[in-house]
Design a binder for this molecule. Structure first.
Ligand code: BGC
Length: 734
C-alpha cells in the first residue's frame, strides 16, 4: 500500500521527521483508491440499485450511547459512539460509525470502557501555531485512530469563528479570523480524510454562543455573514473537501440552521457547488420539511421530536410532496463522500502507535503555547535554586475542556472533579485532568532545583510559600464546556486573589493559563511572566515545562483577541445569562464581519493582548516588503532571526488602509523557523475575497478600485513596514 507523506515546513521542531514517524505507524497510510471509477459515477450506479427502503436507511441515524438508546452494542457493530447509521450490506454500503473528533477520538462518558485515544491540545492551541502542516498531522492522527477503532465518519473539526470570548466551545474551535480558521480546518480535513475516513466541518453556521443554543436566533447582516463565518467555511470546504458538513442548533436570521434553505441550498450547495452531505447536529431537527431546505441526514434522531427522515418522509414520497429525485440526491451525496475517501472499505481494527501520536500532541502544544509577557524572568535560569508551583492541580495533570469533544487519553484521566448543575449537559459537566503533571515535568528538567508544590487554596498560604522561593509559578485554570457560556472573563474559585497575593510576596511571579478562552487579568502588571497554554492535551505538561525552561523557544501567537474588559465587546453582557434555558433569545451579531481584532480596531479600543501577538526568546526583523501583481496581490518580504537562539516566527500581512479608510484585515501569514542569523524570503498570495466585500444583490464579490495599503506586522494593529498598490475594479462569483 502506498504511503502518502505529509511534508512540513517552518516549525519549532522540523515536522518532516515527525510526519514520517506518524505515517510509518502501523495502519497510517493513505487510503487506497476505492474503485477505478470516480466517486460520483459510483454513487449514481450504486444508488440506482437501491430500494427505497434501503435509501431511507441512510437518511437517519441514532445517538449510539447506552444511556440514550436501548440498542445493544452488538447491533451497532460493537461500538458505542456518538452516532450510528445502518448500512446496506447487500450493496457493500457500510454502516456509518461516527465519532466526535475535534481534539481526538472520543469515548463519550466512558461508554466503551477503557478505550483510549490521543488527546490533542485545544483547537486554540493548534491555531496559535499558525501551522497548516501541524493541522494536517493532527487530522491524520485522529483519522488514523478512528479507522483503527472501526469508525468511518469523524464529527470534526469544529470551526465556528470566535465572536464571544465567553463561548463555552471556543476551545474546540480555531480562531476569530476567517483565513486562519479556514486554512487550518482545511488541513485537518485533508489529514483526516487521507486515512480513509470522512471528515465533517461544523457547526454550520454562526453557533457562536452555547447558552440557549437550541433557542438562540443569531442575527447578522447577510453580506457580513458571507465575509466572515461563511468565508471561513468556504475556505475550509474548497481546500479541504470534507465529505460532510454538520448544521448547527441555532437559528440564523430567524430560520433554524438545519432547516435553512439559504445557508444549505443556496450557499453551500448551489453557490459553492459542494457535493457532500449535510448532517444535522444531535437534536437539531425541530420540525418536518428540513429535507427541502438542504438537510440530507437526520443524526441522533431519538433526540428530535420525531424520526422525520423515516416514516413521515416515506409518506411524503407516497403523497408526492417529497420527490424521488431529492431522495436520490440525498443518498448519492452520502455515498459519494464515502467513496471519495475510501470510507466504504472495511478496515479491521488495528494497532495504534500511541507513542508516535503522543509526539503530535506534544508538538502541538510546543507550538501552541503563547508567551504573553516576559520581564526578564524566562526562560528559568538552569542554576535556579528554588521554585514553588502553585495551584491548578499542577501536581496531577493538565485540564481539558468538556462536552462531546472530551478525549479519554491513554491510561485514562488522572483526576475528575464533577461539577453538575442545571442544563441538558449537566451530567457531562466535570473537570478532567490528564497527562503528566507540570510539577513532575519541571522537576525532570531542573533536577538540581528545589521545587515545592502548594495547592493554592488560600491567598495567605500561597503567599507564604511564594515568599520562600526564588520564583513562583502559578497555574490558573478555567473550565469551559459545550452547552454553557461563561458569564464573564474572570477566573473561578478565587484564583485572582491567589495570583495577586503571590505576586505581592514574590517579585518573580510567573502565571500559566490553562483556559479555553481569553480571560481578564487584574494582576497582570504585578507579575513578570505569563504564558497561555490553553488546554494543553495529554503531552502538554512537558511542553509547558520545556517552554518555561527554554528547552523550547515559544512561538505561538494569539488566534483570538484578549479584551481589556467585557465592556469593550460588541455585547458587554453575556447573551441569555438571565433568561431561563430554552426560552428563545435573539443575539444581534451587529459587529458583522468585524469580528475580534477588526471590532477593536474599528472602535479604536486597545485590547489587553491583540490577535497575532506572541513573544519569543529570540527576535526577528522584517524588511523589503514589496507588492506584485495587477489585479491579484502578492507580497514578498524578508524575515531574519536577529537573536542568538533558533526559533519560529509568524509574520502577518494586514490590509491597513483601503482607499483612504483605515481598516485591519489579515491577508496572509507564514510560520517561519530560522536559525540564529538566518534570513528567508517569504511570498504570500492574497485571496482576493479578503480584499473584497460581498454584494448580496448581485451575489458577487466586489473589489473597489483604489489604493490598497498593507502592513507587515507582528500582530493586528501593530506598526510595521507598509506598501501600497492600486487595484482595478473587479467582480467575481462564488
Ligand atoms: C454536538 C456536536 C457533536 C454531537 C455528537 C452535539 O451535542 O453539538 O458537536 O458532534 O453532539 O456527539
Amino acid at each position: 500500500m502506498k504511503t502518502k507523506r505529509l511534508t512540513s515546513r517552518s516549525q519549532t521542531t522540523p515536522l518532516c521527521a515527525l510526519s514520517l514517524l506518524i505515517l510509518s505507524a502501523p495502519g497510517l497510510t493513505a487510503a487506497a483508491p476505492t474503485a477505478n471509477i470516480d466517486p460520483d459515477t459510483r454513487a449514481r450506479t450504486i444508488e440506482a440499485q437501491m430500494t427505497d427502503e434501503e435509501r431511507f436507511t441512510l437518511l437517519h441515524g441514532i445517538m449510539a450511547l447506552p444511556q440514550k438508546d436501548p440498542v445493544p452494542a452488538s447491533e451497532l457493530g460493537g461500538i458505542y459512539a456518538a452516532g450510528y447509521v445502518a448500512g446496506v450490506p447487500r450493496l457493500g454500503i457500510p454502516a456509518l460509525r461516527e465519532t466526535d473528533a475535534s481534539l481526538g477520538v472520543t469515548n463519550p462518558r466512558g461508554a466503551r470502557g477503557n478505550d483510549f485515544a490521543t488527546a490533542l491540545p485545544a483547537g486554540l492551541a493548534l491555531a496559535s501555531s499558525f501551522n497548516p502542516y501541524l493541522a494536517r498531522s493532527a487530522g491524520a492522527t485522529v483519522g488514523n485512530e478512528a479507522r483503527a477503532k472501526g469508525f468511518n465518519v469523524l464529527l470534526g473539526g469544529g470551526m465556528d469563528l470566535i465572536r464571544d470570548p465567553r463561548n463555552g466551545r471556543n476551545f474546540e474551535y480555531l480562531s476569530e479570523d476567517p483565513l486562519l480558521s479556514g486554512v487550518l480546518a482545511a488541513e485537518e480535513v485533508i489529514g483526516a480524510q487521507s486515512q480513509g475516513v470522512v471528515s465533517t466541518v461544523k457547526h454550520y453556521a454562526l453557533n457562536a454562543n452555547e447558552s440557549h443554543r437550541r433557542a438562540l436566533d443569531a442575527r447578522i447582516d447577510p453580506a457580513a455573514l458571507r465575509e466572515s463565518d461563511l468565508l471561513a467555511f468556504q475556505i475550509a470546504i474548497e481546500r479541504g473537501k470534507p465529505g460532510s458538513v454538520m448544521c448547527s442548533y441555532n437559528r440564523v436570521n430567524g430560520v433554524y440552521a438545519c432547516g435553512n434553505g439559504y445557508l444549505q441550498n443556496e450557499v453551500l450547495k448551489e453557490t459553492w457547488h459542494w457535493p457532500g452531505w449535510i448532517m444535522s447536529d444531535w437534536g437539531a431537527v425541530y420540525a418536518p420539511g428540513y429535507e427541502q431546505q438542504g438537510l440530507d441526514q437526520q443524526s441522533g434522531s431519538q433526540l428530535d421530536p420525531k424520526v422525520f427522515f423515516d416514516a413521515p418522509l416515506k409518506a411524503d414520497l407516497a403523497a408526492g410532496t417529497f420527490t424521488h429525485a431529492r431522495l436520490s440526491d440525498m443518498v448519492r451525496r452520502i455515498l459519494r463522500s464515502l467513496y471519495a475517501v475510501g470510507a466504504d472499505k472495511p478496515t479491521p481494527p488495528g494497532p495504534i502507535d500511541f507513542a508516535a501520536h503522543n509526539e503530535v500532541a506534544l508538538e502541538g502544544e510546543r507550538q501552541g503555547i503563547v508567551l504573553l509577557k516576559n520581564d526578564n524572568v524566562l526562560p528559568l535560569a538552569p542554576a535556579i535554586h528554588s521554585i514553588v508551583v502553585i495551584g491548578g492541580h499542577a501536581n496531577v495533570g493538565v485540564l481539558s475542556g468538556g462536552g462531546s469533544s472530551l478525549v479519554t487519553p491513554p491510561g485514562g484521566f488522572k483526576a475528575t472533579n464533577p461539577l453538575g448543575g442545571e442544563g441538558e449537559m449537566a451530567d457531562w459537566r466535570a473537570e478532567h485532568y490528564s497527562g503528566t503533571a507540570p510539577l513532575a515535568e519541571l522537576r525532570k528538567i531542573l533536577p538540581n532545583a528545589v521545587i515545592r508544590y502548594e495547592p493554592g487554596l488560600y491567598p495567605a498560604s500561597a503567599a507564604a510559600a511564594a515568599h520562600r522561593a526564588d520564583v513562583a509559578i502559578v497555574f490558573v485554570t478555567k473550565y469551559e464546556q459545550e452547552g454553557y457560556d461563561s458569564p464573564d472573563l474572570t477566573l473561578p474559585a478565587g484564583q485572582d486573589a491567589i495570583v495577586s497575593a503571590v505576586a505581592a510576596a514574590n517579585p518573580n511571579t510567573i502565571v500559566v493559563l490553562e483556559t479555553g478562552n481569553p480571560i481578564a487579568m487584574p494582576w497582570r502588571d504585578h507579575i513578570k511572566g505569563l504564558i497561555a497554554a490553553w488546554y494543553p492535551g495529554q503531552a502538554g505538561a512537558r511542553a509547558i515545562a520545556e517552554v518555561l525552561t527554554g528547552k523550547i523557544n515559544p512561538s505561538g501567537h494569539l488566534p483570538v483577541t484578549f479584551p481589556a474588559s467585557t465592556a469593550d465587546l460588541p455585547r458587554p453582557d453575556a447573551p441569555g445569562l438571565d433568561t431561563p434555558e430554552d426560552q428563545p433569545i435573539t443575539v444581534n451579531y451587529s459587529e458583522g464581519a468585524d469580528v475580534g481584532y477588526r471590532w477593536f480596531a474599528k472602535q479604536g479600543r486597545a485590547p489587553l493582548y491583540p490577535f497575532g501577538y506572541g513573544l519569543s526568546y529570540t527576535h526577528f526583523s522584517y524588511s523589503n516588503l514589496h507588492l506584485h501583481g495587477k489585479s491579484d496581490l502578492t507580497a514578498t518580504f524578508t524575515i531574519r532571526n536577529e537573536g542568538t537562539l533558533a526559533g519560529a516566527d509568524i509574520p502577518q500581512l494586514y490590509l491597513t488602509n483601503l482607499g483612504g479608510t483605515k481598516t485591519v484585515r489579515l491577508l496572509g501569514f507564514q510560520r517561519v523557523f530560522l536559525s540564529p542569523g538566518e534570513s528567508r524570503q517569504v511570498e504570500l498570495h492574497v485571496d482576493p475575497r479578503l480584499l473584497a466585500s460581498y454584494d448580496t444583490q448581485t451575489k458577487q464579490w466586489r473589489i473597489s478600485p483604489g489604493r490598497y495599503e498593507v502592513t507587515l506586522a507582528k500582530y493586528a494593529g501593530a506598526e510595521g513596514e507598509t506598501a501600497a498598490m492600486t487595484l482595478p475594479k473587479r467582480q467575481f462569483g462564488h
